[in-house]
Design a protein around this ligand. Structure first.
Ligand code: NDP
Length: 244
């Protein structure tokens, strides 16, 4: 029997980094996906290995089908007895602007990263998760923005709402194979993505009066990846300190 790996896209920083560390701490070997930031990805790798965990690094731009498929195929070749049983589609970017001023590139980049990225990675990995009753867990990182809509973020809200739609549909396609598919919808979480936001002002709007921590999101993702969550699928779970 080979190892059952987790693949976390955008594992080099922020929420993805915390998810990698948490899953590794549960004894799951982790593939740290990253795009540009090799130094940060290596730091996550070193932290996992230092704590006795198992990790690999996987560089690819999730917007590129060719890069995704080549990177995953190379990983599979290097790990012939292992398979990816846990997938966390976390890579995402924001390019905020009012719609009437939004450049094509910013619309496309945000949709491509969250939606196409999820599609390319998930489609590639589904057959091995569904094969021979192996089972699997897919967790897609959506956002509060994808549930409620935020002005200045039509691209991001469209992308994150699309992730929810795909989650609910795919969950029904894979249910008989014990592959669960769920989404997590964080509110404001302290990461690079939110570092330019006026945190003091925004905190006043949040019932808990604080931003969330990446580690808090990681706990929820870890639960959805666990055996205890076997009967939860097609669900969207908010983690937002009461901000709806
Ligand atoms: P960060 O900006 O801190 O990290 C983004 C991660 O995504 C990095 O690891 C980055 O890799 C990776 N990434 C970006 N573009 C690509 C790409 N084209 N291909 C592969 N990897 C890519 O973001 P957060 O941790 O804050 O966000 C993680 C997820 O959570 C995103 O989907 C985001 O939309 C969502 N989210 C975040 C919230 C927040 O408040 N922070 C709230 C709700 C949802 P690299 O470092 O190598 O460039």
């Amino acid at each position: 029997m080979g190892l059952k790996y987790a693949f976390v896209t955008g594992g080099s920083r922020g929420i993805g980094r915390a998810i990698c560390l948490k899953l590794a701490g549960m004894g799951i070997p982790v593939i740290i996906g990253y795009h540009t930031n090799e130094t940060a990805a290596r730091e996550v790798y070193d932290a996992i290995v230092r704590d006795g965990g198992t990790a690999s690094l996987l560089q690819c731009n999730v917007c590129s089908k060719e890069e995704v498929e080549a990177a995953l195929a190379a990983w599979e070749q290097a790990h012939p007895n292992d398979y990816i049983a846990y997938l966390v589609n976390n890579a995402g970017i924001a390019r905020d602007n009012l719609m009437f001023m939004m450049p094509d590139e910013d619309w496309d980049a945000v949709l491509q990263t969250s939606v196409n990225g999820m599609f390319y990675v998930t489609r590639y990995l589904l057959p091995q998760m569904m094969a021979r009753g192996r089972g699997g867990r897919i967790v897609n990182i959506s956002s509060l923005s994808g549930l409620k809509g935020m002005p200045g973020q039509t691209n991001y809200c469209a992308a994150k709402a699309a992730v929810i739609g795909a989650t609910r549909a795919l969950a029904q396609e894979t249910a008989t194979r014990n592959v669960t598919v769920n989404a997590v919808a964080p509110g404001f979480i302290t990461t690079d993505m939110t570092s330019d936001l006026p945190e003091e002002e925004l905190k006043k709007l949040i019932p808990m009066k604080r931003f969330g921590k990446p580690e808090e999101v990681a706990e929820l993702v870890a639960f959805l990846c666990s055996e205890n969550a076997a009967y939860i699928t097609g669900e969207v779970i908010s983690i937002n300190g009461g901000l709806y």
